[in-house]
Design a protein around this ligand. Structure first.
Ligand SMILES: O=C(CO)[C@H](O)[C@H](O)COP(=O)(O)O
Length: 220
């Protein structure tokens, strides 16, 4: 079974969590794309969706799914998104697609975060995947110095501008022993918009697609 087939299996299982008559929070990435395509098959049962990126918004719209602005929405029962890494406590690294800021905003409002992944994303310890940090352009060098002081090796994502008009520094080599503490520390650096650690607001449910089937894990 290919990685894409596994991603699709996890994504389609997440359709079971969609609540009729609700506005669905939708993530970004190749796994989220499979979810969007599946959601199209039940679009008459939902009110619409809020997207965590322009690219997901376009894909939702292409299926005729009604889009809502986050500022007009105060209840999102379920948010479905992928991850770059997820640990046993359902803390994640996200932002491989550079969308972590909007993803965090939608996830913050959502009552339930359903993470959809193929088995390669499940790790014992977060940090092999470089941590994406969204940075205000004029603060790039200053933030890079601070991240280096934390033991990381920040690398500018060349040619990439976020949906918010900012830059991404991908930070290699961080030792992430306490994801929530590091998330707060990095967010405290002046000029950082958000970082890709989702520990304060981790997933509530992980749908992990393995060759043997989709396994469900719930936050305890
Ligand atoms: O955080 C993300 C985008 O910012 C994605 O969820 C993450 O990069 C996983 O992507 P994919 O489903 O393509 O493996």
């Amino acid at each position: 079974m290919t990685q894409d087939e596994l991603k699709q299996q996890a994504a389609l299982r997440a359709l079971d969590y969609v609540i009729d008559g609700s506005i669905v929070g939708v993530g970004t990435g190749s796994t989220a794309n499979f979810f969007i395509d599946g959601l199209a098959g039940m679009k008459d049962r939902i009110v619409g969706a809020v997207a965590s990126s322009e690219v997901s918004a376009r894909r939702l719209a292409s299926h005729g799914i009604r889009l809502f602005d986050m500022n007009d929405v105060d209840d999102i029962p379920v948010y479905v998104d992928g991850a770059d890494e997820i640990n046993g406590g359902l803390a994640m690294i996200k932002g491989g697609g550079g969308a972590q800021t909007r993803e965090k905003i939608v996830a913050a409002v959502a009552r339930k975060f359903v993470c959809i992944c193929d088995a390669s994303k499940r790790v014992e310890r977060l940090g092999r995947f470089p941590l994406p940090v969204e940075v205000i352009p004029m603060a790039r060098a200053q933030v890079a110095r601070e991240l280096a002081r934390l033991g990381g090796r920040p690398v500018l994502r060349e040619g990439f501008i976020t949906d918010n008009g900012n830059l991404i520094l991908d930070v290699h080599g961080l030792s992430i022993t306490d994801p929530a503490a590091l998330e707060a520390t990095i967010d405290g650096i002046v000029g950082v918009v958000t970082n890709g650690l989702f520990a304060k607001r981790g997933a509530d449910v992980l749908l992990l697609a393995t060759p043997g089937g989709v396994q469900t894990f719930e936050r305890t």
